[in-house]
Design a protein around this ligand. Sequence first.
Ligand SMILES: *[C@@H]1O[C@H](CO)[C@@H](O)[C@H](O)[C@H]1NC(C)=O
Length: 334
Amino acid sequence: TPARCRMRPLAWVGIASLCLGAAWAVPAKERRKAEKAKADLALYENLDLDNYDLTLENYGEILDLSNYEELYDYGDLVPKIEVGTLAPRPKDPVALPDQGTTAEIPKLQLLTAASPVHPAPSPAQALPSCLRCLCIGTSVYCDDADLEHIPPLPPETTYLYARFNRIGTIRASDFTGLKKLKRIDLSSNFISWADADAFRLLPSLQELILPENRLTALPELPRTIVRLDARLNRIPSTGLRPEAFRDLKQLQFLHLSDNQLDYIPAPLPESLRSLHLQNNNIQTMHEDTFCDSQDHSQIRRALEDIRLDGNPINLSLFPNAYFCLPRLPTGHFF
Ligand SMILES: *[C@@H]1O[C@H](CO)[C@@H](O)[C@H](O)[C@H]1NC(C)=O
């Protein structure tokens, strides 16, 4: 598959990672495919990755907030490819770090064998994730790889990209023990169900990216979450737990546009900067949804990007609801 081919060129340029050892272990016949694979790598290099070099810190400043929804963050891909090109060529096997083949691979195979999700794995599923996917440092790229489940992941995984697959459910066991996982991007899958504990117990999770799925309820979130993107799902207000976001004191980006929400979720944490609820079914709100009507000195400097366009609500009916905001919400005032 394309995902397997892409893994090898990166190993050729000598990235010291789990994949390196895995690729070195494949038969010589397989390695002759490297010429084709090198062409794939050139594709990566020709991408204008600078445009994707966004971090949470500069997210708001450099982007027109009304247009950024289609951008993906490839930021962590860039520096690691550059580092890789400096490493020794694989023609010089003495220079290769040997921990990949001796130590890491058996560990991965164990993980695969122990995975309760795949009781009878097909030959492709039996491969360690770094053979099916592209591992760069602690980032795992499994985009467009025909996955139907979250694959077993190396314990050091920090960023997971499994976009454009056919994953339908997320089990509580899929991410257990992944203490360093900071970002999970499952854009454009078929996810209709996530176990309550699938994400809640991840101690480092900051970004959960789930647009273009089939969720009808939002999974529970850990308090470390900074960015939740569940655009383009089928979530009604009954799919949110009461006060679902109240205790998420790090939450800055809450993007639930193009769902079936009837209400603006409240209360919203003070940390929130961006609330996207466009294209839902919101008809009304409370005067206290954004601002505390008892405290007229209140200022919510952070919350500067509220989108309510594409909802039936008439924002003019709530004249005292916005006094604490740095900007009025977008939406219908007439
Ligand atoms: C929205 O509310 C304002 C204020 O009450 C009213 O003047 C206006 O006609 C309403 N617009 C619609 C489309 O109902």
